[in-house]
Design a protein around this ligand. Structure first.
Ligand SMILES: [Zn+2]
Length: 308
């Protein structure tokens, strides 16, 4: 069994990150036997991902794979319900199809959730048993993780802090509601607000202007911080997490929003216990680490099931 390995794939719009680890559980982060990046197979994703898995594990005995996908995933059936970046995956029963190709169990997980699990188990949340992770980017994703496991509600949709309404008569959100947190501090919303105020460029330019003392930028940052503080106070009242971990592709751009929101939360909190709000630390490999960590669990489950 010592040569048995598990594979985590983090599938992005242009590249796939992989991490190979021993199937044997360890105390710390699953050590990488191999790790790297290859191009995303666009046309025949099942054959393409199977080829990547075979290449990477050629010298090993593969026992389980978990694939992180950017999109809506039904984890129970291993089906990709919708993926904006990878339309070839839409509606595909990816888990069963890859499992048939590779002849090992294959799990499918949302990529943000994989990264969140990694941060909670091995990263910035590892000292607390009750962790809430928030990924700020184009969209805003949240995950509540207790003892290393996602608490996702009766229908798998809990943790969607990006769709908590903070401005009831605000802009229409992609989800259909008005004034979700995402419509205020999602990257496209920040860009729109900045451009409407006469600024040029992206949220990064907004941040530079703010640092240089621009009053228009300050108003946008302040509005974003107030919205994020509202959402976090709601989170504290409902979930009472031990730590909030903030990551995501744009975590560096609105970090002033996060800082200012943390100050507002501290001012406004009454009965709430205000936890530390800390940046994610695993960086771009978090998704692959989470996927390989889940693959280990999957291998464990399968071994356990056949033994029992
Ligand atoms: Zn929404």
């Amino acid at each position: 069994m010592s040569d048995a390995v598990v594979l985590g794939l983090d599938v992005g719009g242009s590249s796939v990150k992989y991490r190979l680890a021993s199937a044997t559980p360890s105390e710390g982060i699953p050590e990488a036997l191999a790790q790297g990046t290859v191009s995303t197979p666009k046309h025949d994703p099942v054959a393409g991902l199977a080829a990547i898995a075979r290449d990477v594990t050629a010298l090993h005995r593969l026992v389980a794979v978990v694939v992180g996908i950017p999109g809506l995933v039904d984890e129970a059936s291993g089906t990709v319900l919708r993926s904006a970046n990878l339309p070839a995956l839409d509606g595909l029963a990816l888990g069963p199809a890859l499992s048939a190709e590779l002849e090992v169990p294959v799990g499918v997980i949302n990529d943000g959730r994989a990264a969140a699990v990694a941060e909670a188990r091995w990263g910035a949340g590892s000292r607390e048993r009750d962790v809430f992770t928030l990924a700020l980017g184009t969209g805003i994703a949240g995950s509540h993780i207790v003892d290393g496991r996602v608490v996702d509600g009766a229908h798998g949709i809990a943790g969607e802090l990006g769709h908590v309404v903070v401005e009831p008569s605000g802009a229409r959100c992609a989800c259909g509601q008005r004034g979700c947190l995402e419509t205020v501090i999602g990257a496209p919303a920040l860009r729109r607000a900045w451009n409407r105020a006469g600024g040029h460029g992206s949220p990064k330019d907004l941040l530079s202007a703010y640092e240089a003392g621009d009053a228009r930028a300050a108003r946008i940052i302040e509005r974003g911080a107030a919205a994020l503080a509202d959402a976090i106070l709601t989170l504290l009242a409902l979930v009472d997490p031990g730590v909030i971990v903030i990551g995501g592709g744009l975590a560096s751009a609105p970090h002033r929003i996060v800082e200012r929101a943390a100050a507002l939360v501290a001012e406004r909190a009454t009965f709430h216990r205000v936890p530390a709000i800390v940046p994610a630390i695993l960086g771009k490999w978090a998704g692959a680490v989470g996927a390989v960590s889940e693959a280990r669990e999957l291998a464990g489950c399968v071994v356990g099931a056949s033994a029992g």
